[in-house]
Design a protein around this ligand. Structure first.
Ligand code: FAD
Ligand code: DHB
Length: 391
């Protein structure tokens, strides 16, 4: 087989790039390790930057998002019982975020790919990338049953998430990895219940962090900070609801509607960046190159900014014969990636309980929160990062 751009990974990054390029007449093939049902079964992000929402519209995938997604112009921070609102609209110069689940967004992208007869090949095994940094053209091989299939291409996009093969195809002496692992995870529950609040609540409490989020007016998503040693099986639904209530202000806890969990999982918290994001004709995008702790809702949004840069760079190459964007991709993408890293680290540090923290650090955390709500400049800084820095 032959294509112009071979994309490894059929998550949101890979599908979005494939859709955008196809609309410009650039041929792509997407190789995905799992089935579509498996990919759509993963419950992940829920908050989209306005820039991401614009990209969905440009990809002609924004119709359902605009109909069913919710525009949020603010969120709450609860600090040991006291709720304070961050006015995103006021402090970001009129911007907002879109609450629309990653699952739904991925479903929309798959449907758009189907409509255009996009080539998305599922259940591929043993993907290998070849000749990425030689004078010749790269190619990709994968196994389908007993057959080894070869795809010749101009460029390979590594959009295969943190555990994918693409990043590992870059030699160790070229790749520099930066990592910070947090000593806790998030236990998340999805339930068919009315959300406890119209806007998200990020709660700091003596017993640890909690987040009240939503997918719609009948679907809620809640998280609590848990030790890394906890297993999902340790947490019955009842135990989860009881613990969540203890971390929320009393009036919020009193109106919390509980019900059976539809999904329950634990995600460890990690910050990670791999540099460079280009090696020869391989370009990394999204979780394949960087991970953030979920606190600032940056993970999926950082992936989207990579796709924005790649889309424009590849378009310039094929349509205008201009390689400046490709040459500058790594540098440009990383500049924004590191800002998302900084913001996610800061929000994580501000709101979580850290085991073995010195009294001094606790005082600083408290002071950081007090400063936030006493300073319009601090709220502007939070708001402009949360709605998304410009691409
Ligand atoms: P992925 O979504 O990981 O997609 C990569 C795809 O590549 C997958 O479908 C995978 O099956 C495929 N793949 C892997 N290896 C191969 C291979 N060898 N060959 C072919 N295909 C392969 N972000 C937030 O903003 N908020 C959240 O609440 C949040 N929660 C999260 C919870 C979890 C458990 C995880 C893991 C992430 C979470 N994130 C969250 C982050 C967000 O979901 C990711 O940033 C986003 O999914 C990145 O999209 P991606 O397409 O780059 O990678
Ligand atoms: C959600 C996840 C986040 O990490 C976040 O900061 C906000 C919302 C969510 O899953 O809804």
């Amino acid at each position: 087989m032959k294509t112009q751009v071979c994309i490894i990974g059929g998550g949101p990054s890979g599908l979005m790039l494939s859709q955008l390029l196809d609309l410009k007449g650039i041929d792509t093939i997407v190789l995905e390790k799992h089935s579509r049902e498996y990919v759509l079964g993963r419950i992940r992000a829920g908050v989209l930057e306005h820039g991401f929402a614009d990209l969905m519209r440009e990809a002609q995938c924004g119709e359902r998002m605009d109909r069913e997604g919710e525009i949020h112009e603010g969120f709450y921070i609860a600090d040991n019982g006291t709720m304070s609102r961050i006015d995103l609209h006021k402090y970001s110069g009129g911007n907002s975020v879109m609450v629309y689940g990653q699952t739904e967004l991925t479903r929309d992208l798959y449907e758009a790919r189907d409509k255009m007869n996009g080539k998305v090949i599922h259940n591929v095994e043993d993907v290998h990338l070849h000749d990425l940094n030689t004078d010749g053209k790269p190619y990709v091989t994968y196994r389908s049953g007993d057959d080894i299939i070869r795809i010749d291409c101009d460029y390979v996009i590594g959009a295969d998430g943190f555990h994918g093969v693409s990043r590992k195809s870059i030699p160790k002496d070229v790749l520099k990895e930066y990592e910070k692992v947090y000593p806790f995870g998030w236990l998340g529950v999805l339930s068919r219940t009315k959300p406890v609040n119209d806007e998200l609540i990020y709660a700091r409490s003596q017993r640890g962090f909690a987040l009240c989020s939503l997918r719609s007016q009948v679907l809620s998503r809640y998280y609590i900070q848990v030790p890394l040693t906890d297993k999902v099986e340790d947490w019955s639904d009842d135990a989860f609801w009881e613990e969540l209530k203890t971390r929320l202000p009393e009036d919020v806890a009193a109106r919390l509607e509980t019900g059976p969990s539809i999904e329950k999982s634990i995600a460890p918290l990690r910050s990670f960046v791999a540099e460079p994001m280009r090696w020869g004709n391989l370009f990394l995008a999204g979780d394949a190159a960087h991970i953030v702790p979920p606190t600032g809702a940056r993970g999926l949004n950082s992936a989207a900014s990579d796709i924005y840069y790649l889309y424009h760079a590849i378009m310039d190459h094929y349509l205008n014969g201009d390689d400046t964007g490709l040459d500058q991709y790594s540098q440009k993408a990383l500049a924004r990636v590191w800002k998302a890293q900084r913001f996610s680290w800061w929000m994580t540090t501000l709101l979580h309980s850290f085991p073995d923290t010195m009294a001094y650090d606790q005082k600083l955390q408290q002071t950081d929160l007090e400063y936030l709500f006493s300073s319009e400049a601090a709220q502007s800084s939070l708001a402009e990062n949360y709605v998304g820095l410009p691409f």
